[in-house]
Write a protein that binds this ligand. Structure first.
Ligand code: KG4
Ligand code: ZN
Length: 339
């Protein structure tokens, strides 16, 4: 089965072609165009510019695939329908619908957050690979620029949301605080890098620690900004930048782990999945592994942690395997928020 996966939820344009059969998959193409440079001067993603970039990049990425593969042979298209930025999703939807019409193919809508979950089942490598066999139930933490959601997955189809952020997402706080420090977008990877040279730790608050499985990061963001302002009164911020980055990411990650621990105590789970853009962070990975020495822990490969077309293509395969029938292009719609 040949599947073309298309990703346009935020600031990454991705198209990937996979072949899958009997629980095996091989990646034939994985094309990605990042838009960091476009959004950098605004310090965050500008939805309307993201849409413009998707429109520009999608035909170029498709061309790279078409030069090696006959797209008429694909079985169906998989498309990330949300949650994400509405203008970005709409530009992707128009492209996918047009392509599906031209090729006379159907579309499987793939949820963006589920695609982050599916990403842990595969490796980013050439040649045939077995899709990983992971036992359910699973505790699943999806931590990205738009979401901080904790779930209990009973199986591929049934999941229960335990909690989510009530304000900013973890990645959003990293991006916004980085911007306040004058660092380029996206802030997460930059903060990770600078943290490595830290020598000291600044205390920062951990809001909502006692409130079940819900998260709140906006108070922490404000405290961080106030700390930066205070430091600026008596020295250059560059002198403390390593310690500030380290303290911020450590505090955020400790909050995530605190909630994961509570969930692990209260729910029966055979493993823990941590995925989404922020899960690319090595310090977070080490902290999770250290705090759950006896558990089976699953992260996506670093390259698959952030948005990409491969996660969508594999999502299409999983949905198809679980009985979902592809839809006509007229029946596709996008949703900006979590359903
Ligand atoms: O999943 P993703 O690509 O897009 C959304 O769904 O939001 O995640 C992007 C987020 C951004 O906030 C970015 O700063 C963060 O993931 N991120 C990281 C790292 N790489 C990306 N955060 C911390 N450490 C990283 N290495
Ligand atoms: Zn994402």
């Amino acid at each position: 089965m040949l599947i073309l996966g298309i990703e346009t939820t935020c600031d990454e344009t991705g198209i990937s072609l996979i072949e899958a059969k009997e629980n095996k998959v091989r990646i034939l193409k994985n094309e990605l165009a990042t838009q960091y440079k476009v959004h950098q001067k605004y310090g965050g993603v500008v939805p309307i510019l993201a849409a413009r970039e998707h429109k520009k990049n999608l035909p170029l990425l498709l061309k790279n695939i078409e030069k090696d593969f006959d797209l008429r042979k694909i079985d169906f298209l998989a498309f990330s329908v949300g949650p994400g930025l509405l203008p970005a999703l709409v530009s992707g939807k128009e492209f996918v619908q047009d392509l599906a019409r031209k090729l006379n193919k159907k579309i499987i809508p793939v949820d963006h957050l589920m695609a982050h979950f599916y990403s842990v089942f595969i490796k980013n490598k050439r040649g045939w690979q077995e899709i990983k066999n992971i036992d359910f139930p699973l505790l699943v933490l999806i931590v990205s620029g738009g979401h901080t959601n904790l779930y209990l997955f009973k199986n591929f189809k049934e999941k229960r949301k335990l909690g989510e952020t009530l304000d900013d997402a973890a990645g959003e706080v990293l991006d916004k605080c980085a911007r306040y420090l004058g660092l380029p977008y996206p802030g997460g990877p930059k903060i990770e890098k600078l943290s490595q040279k830290a020598k000291n730790y600044f205390y920062l608050p951990k809001p909502m620690l006692q409130k079940g499985y819900y998260f709140s990061f906006s108070g922490l963001k404000t405290a961080f900004i106030e700390l930066v302002d205070e430091i600026k009164k008596y020295k250059k911020i560059e002198e403390e930048i390593f310690n500030l980055c380290f303290s911020l990411q450590k505090t955020i990650f400790e909050i995530l782990i605190y909630k994961l621990k509570r969930a692990k105590e209260n729910f029966e789970a055979k493993g823990i999945v941590v995925t989404g853009g922020v899960s690319a962070n090595q310090t977070l990975r080490k902290m999770v592994e250290k705090n759950f020495p006896k558990e089976k822990i699953y992260f996506p490969e670093r390259k698959l942690a952030t948005d990409n077309g491969l996660n969508i293509a594999i999502g299409g395969y999983f949905l198809c395997q679980n009985g979902f029938s592809p839809l006509d292009y007229q029946d596709i719609d996008v949703y900006p928020r979590t359903t």
